[in-house]
Design a binder for this molecule. Structure first.
Ligand code: SAH
Length: 507
């Protein structure tokens, strides 16, 4: 080893049990700053996506029976990367020290002189039951819990467990990796005096839209697992706490739980939407039908930012328009002060938020986020002859400028970005595989239909959800009958409307 070579650092990061929202802030920061991400199959794509674009991502597999790299090879890999001066995140499912061999990896790093940090994660042992409405402790039922492995390893494994101590109905037992040895575990607990009617809950794919829970008793659970073909990865919870599920079940009984929801909006915009869907147990399937880019002729937008304060009002009809305006301002060496005394209008709350993030508070945001409302509001706030600058998409409807001009306002309408249809061969398959299709603009509808032959027919077996009336009209034009039209024309409004309506529409 060359002593003057840069030494890297390794972060052993617990990714949590599946729901990407359960990653810690510290874990997210480590991932966002790493050179190399070493991950296995439990890692959700939303977490892997937090890595910087130029980050090297190394998949090390580890599905039971199909190891891509052995544990020794993984350890050797992170040691080598660390020695090469890389900032490495080793991402592990759940917590790094709960049956995850993080202790061994840390010891090897120490032996090799590679600095490391441990970022604990939320273990599936606690989170999977929690998402099934099973509290790990409860005053009425237990004063301790034990987390054990049920892994059948002839040398270690569950046979080394002290079942006489475990067989205490006042203690919650949690087994990981126990599906293969469940019958043996149950038999030992019964032999040691655990009551046959003690509740058992098994939670598979906990915290994910695919979560399933099986509840039975010690005497019936093995037959139930066989009957339902209940398979790993799963957490087995044994104890009276399982009874609480009846009362506090919360995640897997929502109307959108387990539904696969197609998100067709532009990729830059999809993240928030995806996060909202995860929270309600739905699985976002991201298939951007449109992309945002610079307008065909960038000159007018470049000109406009030189004279912002000549206008009485500057109007933003989307957050992309805001971003494009501030990008142009920055490129021109300017900042928010260029707005001077011009007042600023935003079409909706998200556009207004975007302005705030650039240091500008909107003077006017209409109650309904559509062009008609912002035009009307501006008429009330201006007089004939007032100069108004309207930023928007190249293909935007002319509603705002037309209404304002008709009443004598001097309107300059500037396209500072363009949305273009995306050609994507996988979209048709994704459309088939999803339960709900969401559209957040007329252009997403039109592009989607170009990509999905027979969309109109297929739509009849899907829930079609549109962000507002204009988008819904575009869907109808394209032969799809919208099942859900949001009342508040935002993603939050769309999800709320979906939740209300799906309870009735979906099987
Ligand atoms: N370090 C991990 C455990 C790794 S061992 C943690 O703290 O969660 C792998 C076992 O974890 C699986 O066999 C299964 O028993 C359990 N497991 C991991 N993720 C799970 C999930 N989302 N739902 C249910 N069980 C899970």
């Amino acid at each position: 080893v060359n002593p003057s070579a840069p030494v890297g650092k390794v972060w052993l990061v617990g990714a949590g049990p599946g729901d990407p929202g359960l990653l810690t802030l510290k874990g997210a920061r480590a991932i966002a700053g790493c050179d190399t991400l070493v991950y296995d199959y439990l890692a959700s794509s939303a977490i892997v996506a937090l890595a910087p674009p130029d980050c090297e991502k190394i998949y090390v597999g580890k599905k039971a029976g199909a190891h891509t790299l052995s544990q020794d090879e993984i350890t050797a890999l992170i040691v080598r990367l660390g020695r090469d001066g890389k900032k490495v995140v080793r991402l592990k499912g759940g917590d790094v020290f709960v049956f995850a061999r993080g202790g061994e990896e840390a010891a090897e790093l120490r032996a090799a002189g590679v600095p490391f940090e441990i970022v604990p994660g939320i273990t599936s042992a606690i989170a999977a039951p929690a998402y099934a409405g099973i509290p790990i402790t409860h005053r009425d039922h237990n004063t301790s819990f034990t987390i054990a492995t049920g892994h059948e390893d002839p040398t270690k494994g569950f046979s080394s467990l002290d079942f006489a101590k475990l067989a205490n109905p006042k203690q919650t037992l949690v087994f990981l990796m126990a599906m293969g040895s469940l019958a043996g575990i149950v038999a030992k607990l019964r032999e040691n005096g655990m009551p046959g009617d003690l509740p058992v809950g098994i939670v598979r794919e906990g915290t994910k839209p695919t979560q399933e829970t099986l509840v039975a008793t010690l005497d019936t659970i093995v037959a139930e697992v066989e009957r339902t073909r209940f398979a790993a990865p799963a957490i087995v919870v044994i104890g009276n706490v399982v009874r609480e599920r009846e009362t506090i079940r919360w995640f897997d009984n929502g109307p959108l739980f387990g539904k696969r929801v197609l998100v067709t909006r532009a990729r830059d915009n999809a993240d928030d939407f995806a996060a909202t869907l995860w929270e309600i147990g739905a699985e976002p399937v991201i298939a951007p039908a449109i992309a945002i880019g610079p307008p065909d002729d960038p000159a007018p937008a470049r000109e406009a930012i030189r004279a912002l304060e000549d206008y009485a009002w500057v109007v933003f009809t989307s957050r992309h328009g805001v971003d494009a305006c501030f990008d142009a301002l920055t490129a021109d060496g300017g900042d928010a002060r260029r707005f001077g005394r011009a007042r600023v209008a935003a079409i909706g709350p998200r556009t207004a938020e975007r302005l705030t993030s650039h240091g500008v508070r909107a003077d006017f945001v209409p109650a309904t986020a559509i062009a008609e409302s912002i035009a009307e509001g501006l008429l009330e706030r201006t007089q004939a002859g007032d100069r108004i600058l309207v930023y928007g998409a190249q293909e935007m409807r002319d509603v705002v400028p037309d209404v304002l001009r008709a009443q004598g306002r001097a309107v300059v309408s500037v396209a500072n970005y363009k949305t273009s249809h995306v050609r994507d061969e996988t979209m048709a398959r994704l459309a088939e595989e999803t339960d709900v299709w969401t559209f957040t603009s007329a252009s997403t509808v039109r592009s989607f239909v170009e990509n999905v032959p027979g969309a109109g027919d297929l739509a009849q077996s899907k829930t079609v959800a549109c962000i507002g009336p204009i988008t819904a009209a575009a869907a109808r034009d394209c032969g799809m009958d919208p099942d859900v039209v949001a009342q508040e024309y935002t993603v939050a409004g769309l999800v709320a409307a979906l939740e209300r309506v799906t309870a009735r529409v979906l099987p």
